[in-house]
Design a protein around this ligand. Structure first.
Ligand SMILES: *[C@@H]1O[C@H](CO)[C@@H](O)[C@H](O)[C@H]1NC(C)=O
Ligand SMILES: *[C@@H]1O[C@H](CO)[C@@H](O)[C@H](O)[C@H]1NC(C)=O
Ligand SMILES: *[C@@H]1O[C@H](CO)[C@@H](O)[C@H](O)[C@H]1NC(C)=O
Ligand SMILES: *[C@@H]1O[C@H](CO)[C@@H](O)[C@H](O)[C@H]1NC(C)=O
Ligand SMILES: *[C@@H]1O[C@H](CO)[C@@H](O)[C@H](O)[C@H]1NC(C)=O
Length: 362
């Protein structure tokens, strides 16, 4: 079974679906969303025609930095319109956006978009993101036409969030958009606590998806990225809607659950990711059975990571979102390649499937 490394596929996104989305969004109020288009002049908000989300300029959240427009030749068809302007911070080691009106103790998803677009003629920059006094992650830009998202799910320690860009003498920090989504349910992402935040490593929608899926399909505006199916996998889909059980903490959008992959000609579905050593990763996998199985048929598989059995006898429910979670941690200094194998149980009449996967570091 060939491994398959994660590679975001932005150029796969299609504009064909824009019309449908524009209609769907009218009914949604975006409660608990703060959506900031950084580096935008003026004081007028606008509605993004792809997602229907209302974005506002950033002037009321920060008073340092310089506004830039990117070189539009770097934009691709699917690049979000928020990427067209950015705010850059040539001065000061630490420049922070302050977002007030936060409910202390509640969960929030916070996401930055970084699109360089050759605005300053320098193609690489490295800086740090901090949330208040806490390190969030490094932003490493090496490709001016590639949109980079940084995302964290965290519990608010205060009635405001301070999102800081920290200069580490490796280029000028900048930001294209800043988005905050209130996660009203306490059941969602239970691994996030007062002391643990989850930093997104990747979140992909496996199977044949024409575009990234986010709001309004996803109430929390998580972005489920298109994942190009390798030839050793086959795309499958459900013509019937996938339901979510009451109390399902994950709330994976039906559009994400409706597509999946299965081995093209094997009883094992394998992939790997390479990671930092000494870091704990939480992995969430989402499944649904698409076939109305008879009494004598079943689909059961075991999940191994680096040959260690992590979850046994996974049996996706018919047309119902089914989830598993596991964590992996490599010792400091050891090579951190995580090889995943979803292997058919010996009694299984159907091969394993995978509808979506999320990986976060703690
Ligand atoms: C950065 O600092 C320099 C030197 O103090 C000053 O001339 C310039 O106006 C500052 N730029 C910004 C954007 O604050
Ligand atoms: C930044 O990304 C480049 C290209 O992927 C890589 O070679 C480099 O090691 C990265 N730097 C850091 C500090 O992660
Ligand atoms: C809470 O925010 C206030 C300013 O709004 C700040 O002075 C204080 O240090 C913050 N507390 C924590 C724990 O971040
Ligand atoms: C769903 O799968 C069927 C084959 O099972 C295929 O003909 C159809 O094109 C697929 N639909 C989508 C939207 O991928
Ligand atoms: C499936 O795999 C078997 C064993 O590797 C091989 O002999 C067969 O040709 C493959 N079939 C297809 C359709 O790829």
């Amino acid at each position: 079974m060939a491994g398959y490394s994660y590679k975001p596929v932005h150029n796969m996104r299609s504009l064909i679906f824009l019309g449908f989305l524009a209609v769907a969004l009218q009914v949604n109020a975006q409660q608990g969303f703060v959506s900031i288009d950084c580096g935008m002049d003026g004081s007028t908000s606008y509605i993004d025609t792809v997602t229907g989300i209302t974005y506002e300029p950033d002037a009321k959240y920060i008073n340092s930095g310089v506004n830039y427009k990117i070189d539009k030749t770097y934009l691709q068809a699917a690049t979000p319109v928020q990427a067209e302007t950015l705010r850059s911070f040539p001065n000061g080691s630490r420049n922070c956006y302050t977002i007030n009106g936060i409910i202390q103790g509640d969960k929030y998803l916070i996401r930055g978009l970084f699109f360089h677009g050759n605005y300053d003629g320098l193609t690489s920059v490295l800086f740090e993101l901090h949330l208040g006094m806490n390190f969030w992650q490094v932003v490493n830009i090496t490709e001016p036409s590639y949109p980079l998202w940084a995302e964290i799910i965290t519990v608010a320690q205060n009635n405001s969030f301070s999102v800081c860009l920290v200069n580490i003498n490796s280029g000028t920090p900048f930001i294209s958009a800043l988005e905050l989504r209130h996660i009203s349910s306490t059941d969602v992402y239970k691994d996030v606590s007062q002391t643990n935040s989850l930093v997104l490593y990747f979140r992909v929608n496996t199977g044949d998806a024409a575009r990234d899926i986010r709001y309004p399909d996803d109430a929390y505006d998580r972005i489920w990225q298109v994942y190009l199916t390798p030839t050793v996998w086959s795309d499958i889909n459900s013509s019937q809607p996938i339901q979510t059980s009451p109390g399902d903490a994950f709330q994976v959008p039906a559009a994400v659950m409706a597509t999946a992959v299965t081995p093209a000609n094997d009883t094992s579905l394998g992939f790997y990711f390479e990671a930092d050593t000494g870091v704990v990763y939480y992995v969430y996998m989402h499944f649904a059975e698409f076939n109305a199985l008879s009494q004598t048929e079943n689909r059961i598989f075991d999940v191994f990571v680096n040959d260690e059995l992590k979850v046994s006898s996974v049996k996706p429910e018919y047309l119902l979102s089914t989830h598993i979670s596991l964590s992996v941690r490599s010792a400091l200094g050891t090579e951190a390649t995580y090889n995943f194998a979803l292997n058919s149980a010996s009694a299984s009449s159907f091969p394993p499937i995978l509808n979506a996967i999320e990986i976060y570091s703690v």
